[in-house]
Design a binder for this molecule. Sequence first.
Ligand code: ATP
Length: 781
Amino acid sequence: MDQFKNDLKEEQSRINFVRNKMIEDVAFLQKQTSSVKTDIVNIRKNFWDDVTVNMDDAVEAGETATSIKQQAEFLSEREHRHKHLDRDLKNLKRLIDTPYFARIDFLEDGERVLESIYLGIASYLDRNSDEFLVYDWRAPISSLYYDYSLGPAEFTAPGGTVRGELKLKRQFIIKDAIIEGMFDSGITIGDELLKEVLGKQSDTQMKNIVATIQQEQNKVIRNEKGKLLIVQGAAGSGKTSAALQRVAFLLYKYRETLEAEEILLFSPNPMFNSYIRNVLPELGEENMQQTTFQQYLQHSLGEYFEIEDPFSQMEYMLTAQKEDFYEIRHKAAKYKSSFQYMDKIESYLTYLGKQGMVFQDITFRGNVLFSSDAIYTYFYSLSPTISITNRVKLVSDWLVSELKKLEKKERNKEWVEEEIQFLSKEEYQFYYQKLSKQKRFSQDTFDDFNREQENLSKYVVKRHFNSIKKQIATHDFIDIPAIYQQLFKLPGETFEENVGDEISDSDWADICSFSINEINHERLTYEDATPFLYVKEKIEGFKVNTSVKYVFIDEAQDYSAFQFAFIKHIFPNARFTVLGDLNQAIYAHHSYSGIEALKFLFDSERTERIELKRSYRSTKQIIEFTRALLENGNEIDPFNRQGSKPVMVEKDSTEALINGIAQRVKTLDSYKSIAIICKTAQESENVYKLLKEKTEVHLVDKRTNEFGLGVVIIPAYLAKGIEFDAVFIFNGSKEQYGSEDVRKLFYTACTRAMHELFVYYKGEITPFISEIPQHLYNEEF
Ligand SMILES: Nc1ncnc2c1ncn2[C@@H]1O[C@H](COP(=O)(O)OP(=O)(O)OP(=O)(O)O)[C@@H](O)[C@H]1O
């Protein structure tokens, strides 16, 4: 028998051994879990029987309280135990079919016995021998597997650095406890296994990559040095994957102190949330909190305006070139994304500290209780050394105390009496009960008509005034939209020396008239939403979230400098992991990419940068093609997985494009997911109408929440972050992709392809392609 067969046999018999142990343990744990469960049910059922309740005097009452406390603690201990057992059981069940994915043999310096370490998604300890039969992939010793090839190696254990030699590195593909593949690797983590994994078809759910994490990705996953970790990586280099395994790593390493809900991920769109939601549960961890920045804005500002979302902004930028304000909106979007704009707002806020706040009247039944002028006068009567936020608080206190006086006066008004007369039976009873509770009446009836009237009027007025108090508490008396709008109305020199180098006076004047008009129509553009919120929070007090310990920002190139500064402000206690690719910066403010701006926000000594140059998603042929679309593309290193070259297909009409794509899609029925990527939502809708007559297709728009298989038609900017077996660019013509502005959008669209890429076009092909060497693609006519 040759060596390999012999090894395989031995490994299989170890798996059988481990699996049998696990099966025994599952039975053992199930028994324990069910016994603890029975305990819990019994404690709950007999809770009061087992407590001695005696309230006769203070001593007895104290003893009763202690007895209840003891019983509650006992219950809580059992519940805690149950939770643990349940988690162990789930982990064990997850391991049974695939107990591990790799083995390393390590000889520690000074030791004579070689240690074999098997790595799986969770640890497994033999209860009898106390020996780890499987090590968690996140355990310190497991990093040897990811960081070293055969030869000298070391890892950091809690007690210090452990040095030695890595003698063997072996990978397995195990299904149903049978070894289906086994690779001994020398240099990197088995290209063979990685090829096999990457060659598979796509899925609706992203998969974990723990068996094949690459060395540079492992640096991202285990990095713990900085306050800010910036990961700049090529399309398909595993940024999202690394981010998710990093969450799993942190949850493992800090399991005593860190909960999943203390980690927050900002993702590019709601569909992306569904795409990644299985990775952590697969690894036995709970999902972190997930949101999009838009959801955050909507949550904070929804009551004020109809807020434009980033996709509508994008759609506007791509389709509205002929509209009157297009050029100026473009400039405005860039400017409003910048630090210069934030500085401008800061000087405006300083100005507001001295004058210019805009308030609203507080009215009641058509009468003004507090005029905006009175509020203004009171606000500026307060010392200018007090911050705006604190003065707002003092104004609120003043309003509430004045309101109390007005409340008293209001009770004698005619409307109150009328309202009392028209009180429904239920309301009357409600008041009556309230009043009786306060012992304002003797026995069951009102003892005196006047008293009854007095008390009822008090309650009627109070009920109405409560809503005014609420308005005061939520600062409704401050006219934030008017304050924000005033920024564009006041001549720049009113509150600052000049408007900054980035924008000319005449552009600023145009931006002002555009912005004023938008707010007049109660619309807030996406580029205004964060600055608007910033002004609001600066005036009313910043709502910070101190419980979040780690913030992850994926597709970070889409965030502006302004947005980053804002996010940093809201999470003062968090460490940040920011992942992005400047080559996929497709938004209007791209020349002010926030990633570059991060260096101004964080201390450089506490900032770590990791670059991921290797790209894994696509075949070598697709990566060689897509990287040629970029100026600096040669830096991207394709993983060597072979496939066919991208195909350029010329057609002479839209109808021919549709027919050609419909036919080709039918020949690709072995693929699970195919995307027809359009430039805009508008184009996607048109293509959908035409194509659905010919083949089964689904339209994806910004409201789509679930990522589905099959053939989808999708605008390029929504395909961010996700991938498909085959990608069709619907019309890669010069007409569609002729200007430099959309090069990155085109690149992003093409890089979504895993196995095959087709660029269909009508008329002249985009210059992005006509400029690159022809040997990188095939052509069809
Ligand atoms: N080490 C790895 N082992 C197995 N698969 C990997 C590995 N690294 C990346 N991949 C796969 O490559 C694909 C791209 O990964 P991912 O989406 O994380 O990249 P990305 O850098 O976020 O891409 P983009 O910026 O283009 O959205 C995914 O299918 C992922 O599973």
